[in-house]
Each structure stands twice: as C-alpha cells, then as structure tokens.
Design a protein around this ligand. Structure first.
Ligand code: FES
Length: 156
C-alpha cells in the first residue's frame, strides 16, 4: 500500500513539474517572471482565483496602471487590463484592490459614489479596505500594492 501511494505521489509530482515550466513560459515574454508575487500577492481569495475571468496579468510589477488625476476623489477607477481597481477615499490617499468581484468574478465598476460597485449582482465594496458593504459578496477584494509617484500610479 505504501509503495502504491508513493508511486502515485511521484507521478503526481512529475505532472506538476511538467506543468510549471509551461506556465512560466507563458509569462516570460516580458520581465514579469522576476516579480511573480505581483500575480498572486499572497492574499488572493479562493473565489477570485477561481473566477472565469482570470487571465491577463498585463500590468505586472512596475507597470503604470493609471494617472492619479483619473481616479475620482471618494471614488474608484477600474483598470480592466490589469484587473485592478484604484480608489481615492480622500484626496491624495490612493489604495488598490483586485477588480474581480469576490461573488462570481465580474469586474467591478469605476464610480465616484463613495464605494466600489459590482454591476452583476449589486455588491458594493469599501474604498478604504475593499470589504463588502452590501450585496451578495461576503469576502473583501484583495489588496494590490501600488506606488504613487507624482501623477503616475504603478503596481509595486
Ligand atoms: S459578481 Fe459581483 S455581485 Fe455578483
């Protein structure tokens, strides 16, 4: 029994080992391989990671996401390609979260109404911490690290 389990475990490892280089090769076109944490941040929610709209990753670490002037005060700006929503709860205070709704994976919307809305089933999230304020979503939007340099907002 032990030998069978060990063989199965080894064959499972081989399958993973084959799969990993293929995944890495997909992202090696640019310099994103050195900044692998940007794609997962270590705090993705299970719902977000299993969403149907998971591909992308165009804006890896260091990539410019938006101009600070485009983010409304007391509102948010969605960067669809990067699947990131940048908020400005108070003037000059910027935060960012995954734009993938924790309910069923829709992208949230740009807004200037003091919250991050999801158009699919009307969940709403906090500009401050991405926590759910209402609607069917019960998990917060995962934080995304950003750097604000003058008018330029980049992924950290
Ligand atoms: S997917 Fe956002 S509220 Fe349902």
């Amino acid at each position: 029994m032990t030998a069978i389990n060990r063989r199965r475990a080894l064959s499972g490892s081989a399958a993973v080992a084959v799969g990993v280089p293929l995944l890495a090769a997909c992202g090696d076109d640019s310099d994103t391989s050195a900044t692998d944490p940007a794609t997962s941040s270590g705090s993705d929610t299970p719902d977000a990671s299993s969403s149907p709209s998971e591909e992308g990753g165009a804006a890896a670490g260091g990539a410019v996401l938006a101009s600070a002037a485009d983010v409304p005060v007391n509102g948010c700006l969605v960067v669809p390609d990067a699947k990131v929503v940048i908020t400005q709860p108070t003037e000059g205070d910027f935060k960012a979260f995954t734009a993938v709704c924790t309910h069923q994976g829709c992208l949230v919307e740009t807004s200037s109404d003091g919250e991050i809305p999801c158009p699919c089933h009307a969940s709403r999230f906090s500009l401050e911490d991405g926590s759910p304020l209402g609607g069917p979503a019960t998990a917060a939007l995962a934080a995304v690290e950003i750097t604000v340099d003058g008018d330029s907002i980049t992924r950290a």
